[in-house]
Design a protein around this ligand. Structure first.
Ligand code: SF4
Ligand code: SF4
Length: 214
């Protein structure tokens, strides 16, 4: 019948309209901002930089490799690499970003920076109430503004963060096992007759552990 779909649509609308007075489930809207619907796991707005532990500077995962800066389609990431290095979560000495800015007025929330980061250092935030009257300074976010603890990431993306944390715990265990094996090998070599022990050669040390994944 011609117009059958239209009539069915109007009937459904009428059922929801009158039903919403007696059944809250039929309300298709909420009274925002007093009421808020939970955001889906995959929702995303702008990037954040993750850090482990309580110190955003020491625990920042970013090693300033600049891959995200090169891959960002609108080129809204600006990174300046540090001159010195600090240990990452497995104890390896790494550079860190002396400057890490994102111009969120240009960012198009594509998440490519997240996909290409080999260090699980950058993720997408869900915060969307970000209006400001300062077009330039207010939308150019610095490293300090972008840094968020891993606990925050767990809260906004519980499933994704669980997968990331599991992988990082395994990476840490592998690195520790490798360091322990290297230390044992060096110890055995120094104990062998005619070894370099005592002539100034030092055994390999276990990596310095500064920050562990949360
Ligand atoms: S989400 Fe996309 S546009 Fe925004 S900083 Fe990342 S790569 Fe660039
Ligand atoms: S966020 Fe990731 S990809 Fe970008 S510079 Fe830091 S470590 Fe490299």
């Amino acid at each position: 019948m011609v117009g059958e779909g239209l009539i069915q649509g109007l009937v459904e609308t009428a059922r929801n309209f009158f039903g919403s007075y007696v059944d809250k489930e039929r309300l298709t809207t909420v009274q925002f901002p007093e009421e808020r619907l939970p955001l889906p796991e995959a929702s995303r707005v702008f990037p954040i930089l993750l850090f482990d532990g309580g110190d955003p500077e020491a625990g920042l995962r970013c090693v300033a490799c600049q891959i995200c800066e090169k891959e960002c389609p609108p080129r809204c990431i600006h990174i300046e690499k540090s001159k010195d290095k600090k240990p990452d979560f497995v104890g390896k000495q790494q550079f860190y970003p002396a400057v890490f800015d994102i111009d969120v007025s240009v960012c198009m929330s594509c998440q490519i920076c997240v996909e290409v980061c080999p260090f699980d250092a950058i993720r997408m935030d869900k915060e969307f109430e970000l209006s400001t009257s300062d077009r330039f300074g207010g939308l150019l976010w610095t490293k300090e503004q972008l840094a968020k603890p891993n606990d925050y990431y767990k809260k906004i993306h519980p499933e994704e963060s669980a997968e990331t944390d599991e992988r990082r715990v395994k990476e840490l265990a592998d690195a520790r096992a490798k360091a322990a094996a290297a230390a044992a090998k060096a110890k055995a070599a120094s104990a062998a007759p005619g070894s370099a022990a005592g002539n100034g050669t030092e055994a390999v040390k276990e990596p310095e552990q500064k920050v562990t994944p949360q």
